[in-house]
Design a protein around this ligand. Structure first.
Ligand SMILES: *Cc1c(COP(=O)(O)O)cnc(C)c1O
Length: 447
């Protein structure tokens, strides 16, 4: 069978919370001023209570509201596809499956969380949401989601992507959202960084500070984050829940689960419902692939750090390269983040997730092979998962193992990146060792 499509009435109606399955649990987020665990009152300034409850909960299952299901059904359930043509081209006995998240209206997994976030903010009486976006995927997802619930949307888009991916701007605008290049002139953080580093390509950590500053300055405005946080991972569990059901229908089960990691949400969403099986003795490997030029898990440190450059977010216990690390301007803009979801970080710490890194050029090569064999052009971020799946399949090509990876998004709006690749303008960035050491030296001193 080439692909397995669920019926609408087979769609999961609850999200799955992986937090109770983490052997040594999560460390609480800290208030950046007092360094004490932060309470919901303070976070309530920018998040609705319903999302904060999801952020802290130990419940394993959370009902998906009907209004959210109605929007999900525009594109969900998403297919699970056997990449048999890729397998043939590689000459491997491994079976490779991918969960196809490119079928959402904006072409990635991001609306899985944007839609519930807009919904819960609407319920709480909020009129306007601010956010950051790297490659523009999250910004376009939130613009779509806010349009569904009648909210305004303000997006701070990392400058390098604003210039490289002009059509994501247009998608944000099509759904009615506003978008500016970050660092911008609209916030104090933006103005300060522009004065100090006029040529900065920007970074997600800068754009988050700008979006938070904006949200803090207005009563009617909240802030939405597209990755990293527990409630985002919770919403993304729909990916894994569907995939697990689909694997059951075809009578197969993954030996290896692979994903690309920016803030960790799509990978964690896929693996979430499989961790309990692992802990019950199933043999299953979880491998997260990140860019060698922004090696959060493979080159960073597990420590308390801020999620943004201005240190306005709570301190999260996560793998980090330091909150003021500005990654090289690789084309996988969605993977240019200094931190990693606390959930993924804890799974790495507890030896359940294995992190690996790959370079930009080998990823584009894998992406082109995938397009030629499977017929779908992957986003530059997704090529990291494809490269990862190929590495796993080719370790021992005679081993008939089952690999499942998340196809986080298509690349039809990223063709400028492919253009650069084909015209020889791309290269690998070396591991930015000195810069990482310098920014790790500036980690907040906790405990
Ligand atoms: C945003 C994005 C990513 C990375 O974000 P995660 O939170 O790590 O999932 C990966 N792929 C695509 C297509 C994206 O848009």
């Amino acid at each position: 069978m080439k692909k397995i499509v669920l019926r609408e009435d087979e769609m999961p109606t609850r999200w799955y919370n992986v937090v109770p399955d983490i052997p040594n649990g999560l460390q609480p987020p800290l208030d950046p001023e007092t360094l004490q665990p932060i309470g919901p009152e303070k976070l309530g300034a920018v998040f609705p209570m319903s999302l904060l409850e999801q952020e802290m909960t130990q419940e394993q299952w959370i009902d998906i509201p009907q209004e959210v299901m109605d929007v999900y059904k525009i594109w969900r359930p998403a297919p699970l596809v056997r990449a048999n043509k890729l397998e043939e081209a590689l000459g491997t006995k491994a079976k490779i499956y991918f969960k196809y998240e490119g079928c959402s209206p904006v072409g990635s997994h991001k609306p899985n969380s944007a839609v519930p976030q807009a919904y819960y903010n609407k319920q709480a009486g909020i009129k306007r949401l601010t956010t950051e976006t790297g490659a523009g995927q999250w910004g376009s997802a939130l613009s779509l989601a806010t349009s569904k619930f009648g909210l305004e949307c303000m997006v701070y888009m990392v400058r390098v992507s604003f210039d490289q991916k002009p059509y994501r701007k247009s998608i944000i605008q099509t759904f009615g959202g506003n978008v500016v290049a970050s660092p911008s002139e609209l916030t104090e953080t933006g103005r300060r960084i522009r004065a100090e580093f006029p040529d900065t390509p920007g970074a997600l950590g800068i754009a988050i500070s700008e979006a938070l500053e904006d949200a803090n300055s207005r009563e009617d405005t909240n802030y939405a984050l597209g990755s990293v946080l527990n409630h985002v991972v919770l919403h993304q569990s729909i990916i894994g829940l569907e995939a697990k059901k689909q694997m059951e229908i075809i009578g197969d089960y993954p030996d290896v689960i692979v994903g690309c990691c920016g803030g960790g949400s799509n990978f964690a969403g896929l693996l979430a419902p499989f961790v309990a099986d692992y802990r019950n003795g199933k043999k299953i490997e979880f491998v997260g692939y990140e860019p060698a030029s922004c090696p959060t898990m493979t080159g960073g440190r597990l420590a308390y750090d801020a999620g943004d450059v201005a240190m306005m977010t709570p301190l999260l216990y996560m793998y980090t390269l330091g909150h003021d690390f500005v990654p090289p301007g690789i084309h996988a803009g969605g993977l240019r983040y200094h931190g990693m979801a606390p959930i993924v970080s804890a799974l790495v710490r507890d030896g359940i997730v294995t992190p690996k890194s790959v370079h930009q050029m080998e990823c584009f090569e894998a992406g082109v092979l995938f397009a030629k064999t499977e017929g779908i052009i992957p986003a530059p971020e997704t090529t990291h998962a494809i490269r990862g799946a190929i590495i796993e399949a080719m370790k021992d090509p005679n081993e008939p193992k089952t690999i499942l990876f998340n196809f986080s998004g298509h690349g039809l709006i990223d063709m400028a990146s492919y253009d650069n690749y084909f015209s020889g303008k791309l290269s690998d960035y070396s591991y930015p060792k000195d810069q990482i050491e310098a920014s790790l030296a500036r980690l907040p001193k906790v405990g």
